[in-house]
Design a protein around this ligand. Structure first.
Ligand code: PLP
Length: 387
C-alpha cells in the first residue's frame, strides 16, 4: 500500500499528492508489456495502439511515447485535437483520426502529417480533391461499416471502391472495419462481419487491412495486416468470459479523511438511502463522482434488497462495502470489518487496484470498464511509474 506522505511530486496533472483528494498511478511499463503481448498474439500483423480519449484516461503525453519506445508505430485517436497532441510527442508515427474528416480540415491534417479515416463519399471526395490540388498522394484509411451502422461506407459502397479513380489521387493506406461485439463469444454478428470483411479484402487486395480491436485479436483469423487494440493495453479484460490475460495499468487511491461510529438504524449520505443494520464504523474517503468515480456505484438498501452490486474499496487489506450514496467529492465506506486501530485519518484507500480491476468497478457501477477508465477525472495527483 502506498504511503501518501512519501509520494514524489507527481507530473502530468501537476497536483501535489498531499493537495489532491486521490492519487492516480499509471504504470507505463504495464502498458508497454500489454502492447508486446498483444503483438505476439497478432500472428505477425502490425500492432497499432488506440489512444483516443486521452489514451483511455491514462494521458496521451506519456502513454504515446511509452508505446513508441516499445515499438508501436501506428496510433489511432478520435479527434483531430487528440491527433495534434499525439503528434506533439511523437513526430514519426502514423496517426489516424477515427471520427472522420470534417469539411475544411484537410490543411490541418496535411500540416501535421495526420491520416483521416474516410467513411463517406463526401470525405473521400474532399481528401482526393485536396491531394490532387496539392499534387501529393497523402495516406488515409477507408472505413467500411460491416454491421455497426455508425461510421463508415456501406458494404456495397466499399466493394465498389475497386477500380475507383479517386483512390489514385491519394494513398489508400488501410482498409478497416470495426466489430459490434467481438468480446461476446458466439455473437452471430461477428461471423457475418468477418465474412463481409473477407469479401472487401478480396475486392481491394492491394490495401493493408485491419479489423480487430482488443477482443478481436483473441478471435481466430481476424488479425489481417494490422490490429487496433485499445482497452486491453490499459489493463481491461478483452476476454470477459475468461481470466484477464492483461497486466493492470491503473491504480486509484483515495484517503480516509474522517472516521465515525454510528448506531443501528442511522443512515449515511444524501437522502438517507442506506441504514446501518447494527453498530457500524464509517470511513469518509476524499474521492467522489466529480473525480469520475460513478455515482451509480452507490450502496442503498433498495439495491441490497434487489441483489444489485455496489461499490467496494480496500482499507488496510480488507474489502469494505460502500455505505450510502457516492457524493460529488466523497465516498462513505463501511469499515466495521477492519480491526480497531488498523485504520486512521489520512490512510490510503484503494478504489482501483489490489484485485479490484476496472472491469469489476464497471460491473459494480452498472457500466463497463471502458467508461470507468475514460471518465477518471482530472483532479487527481497523477503519478506515472515504469516509464
Ligand atoms: C475504440 C476503437 C478501437 C479500440 O477498441 P478496444 O475495444 O478498446 O480495443 C478500435 N477500432 C475502432 C474503430 C475504435 O473506435
Amino acid at each position: 500500500m502506498n504511503d501518501f506522505s512519501s509520494m514524489e511530486t507527481p507530473h502530468g496533472a501537476g497536483i501535489p499528492a498531499l493537495e489532491a483528494g486521490g492519487l492516480l498511478t499509471v504504470d507505463l511499463g504495464a502498458i508497454a508489456a500489454n502492447w508486446r503481448s498483444l503483438r505476439e498474439r497478432a500472428n505477425g500483423a502490425e500492432a497499432a495502439a488506440v489512444v483516443k480519449a486521452d489514451a483511455y484516461g491514462t494521458g496521451i503525453e506519456h502513454t504515446v511515447p511509452a508505446l513508441h519506445r516499445a515499438g508501436c508505430r501506428t496510433f489511432f485517436v478520435a479527434h483531430l485535437s487528440e491527433a495534434a497532441r499525439a503528434r506533439g510527442v511523437c513526430p514519426e508515427a502514423a496517426i489516424y483520426v477515427l471520427n472522420g474528416f470534417l469539411p475544411g480540415t484537410a490543411g490541418t491534417y496535411a500540416g501535421l502529417a495526420l491520416r483521416p479515416v474516410l467513411g463517406s463519399q463526401g470525405e473521400i471526395e474532399e481528401w482526393a480533391a485536396f491531394c490532387r490540388a496539392e499534387g501529393t498522394r497523402r495516406p488515409a484509411a477507408l472505413h467500411v461499416d460491416t454491421g455497426m451502422n455508425r461510421l463508415g461506407l456501406s458494404l456495397p459502397e466499399g466493394l465498389a471502391l475497386a477500380g475507383d479513380p479517386r483512390l489514385t489521387a491519394f494513398e489508400p493506406a488501410l482498409l478497416m472495419s470495426h466489430f459490434v461485439g467481438a468480446e461476446e463469444p458466439g455473437n452471430p454478428v461477428t461471423a457475418r462481419q468477418i465474412e463481409a470483411f473477407a469479401a472487401l479484402r478480396r475486392a481491394l487486395p492491394e490495401i493493408r487491412a485491419s479489423l480487430a480491436n482488443s477482443s478481436g485479436i483473441f478471435l481466430p483469423g481476424t488479425q489481417h495486416d494490422l490490429v487496433r487494440p485499445g482497452y486491453a493495453l490499459y489493463g481491461g479484460n478483452p476476454t470477459p468470459e475468461r481470466p484477464n490475460p492483461m497486466r493492470p495499468v491503473v491504480r486509484l487511491e483515495g484517503r480516509v479523511i474522517q472516521l465515525r461510529e454510528i448506531r443501528a438504524g442511522e443512515t449515511v449520505g444524501y437522502n438517507g438511502t442506506w441504514a446501518a443494520q447494527g453498530p457500524r464504523r464509517i470511513a469518509t474517503v476524499s474521492v467522489g463522482y466529480a473525480d469520475g468515480y460513478p455515482r451509480a456505484a452507490s450502496a442503498t438498501d433498495a439495491k441490497a434488497r434487489a441483489g444489485s452490486a455496489a461499490g467496494e474499496a480496500i482499507v488496510a487489506g480488507i474489502r469494505c462495502p460502500f455505505a450510502g450514496r457516492v457524493s460529488m467529492d466523497l465516498i462513505t465506506l463501511d469499515v466495521t470489518a477492519v480491526p480497531d486501530g488498523a485504520v486512521k485519518r489520512g490512510d490510503p484507500v484503494t478504489l482501483i487496484g489490489d484485485g479490484i480491476d476496472i472491469d469489476e468497478v464497471g460491473r459494480r457501477a452498472g457500466t463497463i470498464g471502458y467508461e470507468i477508465l475514460t471518465g477518471l477525472g482530472r483532479r487527481y495527483a497523477l503519478r506515472t511509474v515504469g516509464g
